[in-house]
Design a protein around this ligand. Structure first.
Ligand code: DGY
Length: 330
């Protein structure tokens, strides 16, 4: 009896080697071993004969690409954000799309607090100063920062990660206000109070952004919104580049209209607006909010499960386009 042919699976960027080993046992694997950035053409070429794909680096999957992938049944994003996936196009082509919600909530919330605390207490700036040997004597007024405890935190985007952030804020005795399009049921808001976006920006001592990126959230925070914020405030962006107008933010930070920013995401990343590099009052990390070893493994394992379930003909746990199910490619 002949053994059934293994499904062909593409992994677009490097994963931990032991995960690649597991995938190689289960599938005929094309795993981009040297981890180079795949051009749109190369991605199309690799997916042309694939049954499934683990999308690791936010590669864009849209109509033109899917038109040339007749066997492709599932694109499993190794990320909770899925603005790289054109869901209507996936549905049109019968391709199941999935993401990795929940498993990263706590790690991303930790990182949000790390950015908030470090930016408010000038950790990056004072460490740079110390490292280059400028600390000659202690002075009373060295690097005065902003307090976090007891202040008002505004969360724009009170989803699952936003709620994890709110729980941490309670430990710092903060009052939490939030803005979503609609208020949450009281049980889900966990004591946080819904306010309009402009009120949130005016009232908050510090603001954390955690909204998905979509045309409706492009430049949600621009010059006009920054002008509403307190000049003593810290702005943290954990969401996506493009939610903030980086040029307007740089101007506000440079002109002292905003005390500091903690940023994990940037417009056009990995390229940075060089204006950020000239500023001391911005603390930056390279899109690593979910990057703990355990969380990255959990994200990869959830994506692998989404892939495996779909290829086995079963509904995956984090299906993004349920409309596809009855007309999916088999
Ligand atoms: C996510 O999961 O969306 C993170 O931003 C990593 O891309």
């Amino acid at each position: 009896m002949s053994t059934p042919e293994k499904h062909r699976v593409v992994v677009t960027r490097r994963l931990y080697p032991f995960l690649i080993d597991e995938l190689r046992t289960a599938y005929a694997l094309d795993d981009n071993q040297d981890d180079h950035l795949l051009s749109a053409d190369e991605l199309a070429q690799r997916l042309a004969t694939a049954d499934g794909a683990l999308i690791v680096g936010g590669e864009r999957v849209g109509d033109a690409l899917l038109a040339g992938t007749p066997r492709l049944k599932v694109v499993a994003n190794v990320a909770v954000g899925y603005n790289n996936l054109d869901l209507p196009a996936c549905t049109k082509h019968g391709v199941v799309a999935t993401n990795t919600p929940d498993v990263l909530n706590e790690s991303v919330a930790d990182h949000g607090f790390a950015l908030l605390l470090a930016a408010a207490r000038r950790v990056g700036e004072s460490e740079r100063w110390l490292r280059v040997g400028l600390w000659k004597r202690w002075t009373f007024d060295m690097f005065p920062g902003a307090d976090i405890h007891g202040k008002t935190l505004g969360i724009v985007g009170m989803g699952r990660i936003g709620r994890s952030i709110a729980r941490r804020a309670a430990g710092f005795s903060m009052r939490v206000i939030y803005h979503n399009r609609k208020p949450l049921p009281a049980a889900e808001a966990a004591g946080a109070e819904w306010v309009g976006k402009e009120d949130l920006l005016r009232e908050s001592d510090h603001v954390i952004l955690m909204v998905p990126y979509a045309p409706s959230t492009h430049h949600l925070i621009g010059a006009a919104e920054l002008a509403l914020m307190k000049p003593t405030a810290v702005l943290v962006n954990l969401a996506r580049g493009g939610v903030v107008d980086d040029r307007a933010l740089i101007r506000a930070l440079r002109d002292g209209r905003l005390a500091a920013a903690g940023l994990d995401v940037f417009e056009g990343e990995p390229e940075l607006n060089p204006g950020f590099l000239e500023l001391e009052n911005v603390l930056m990390t390279p899109h690593i909010a979910s990057s703990t070893r355990a969380t990255r493994e959990a994200m990869a394992r959830l994506a692998m499960r989404n892939l495996a379930e779909t290829l086995a003909g079963r509904r995956p746990p984090s299906l993004l386009n349920p409309d596809v199910w009855d007309q999916r490619r088999r």
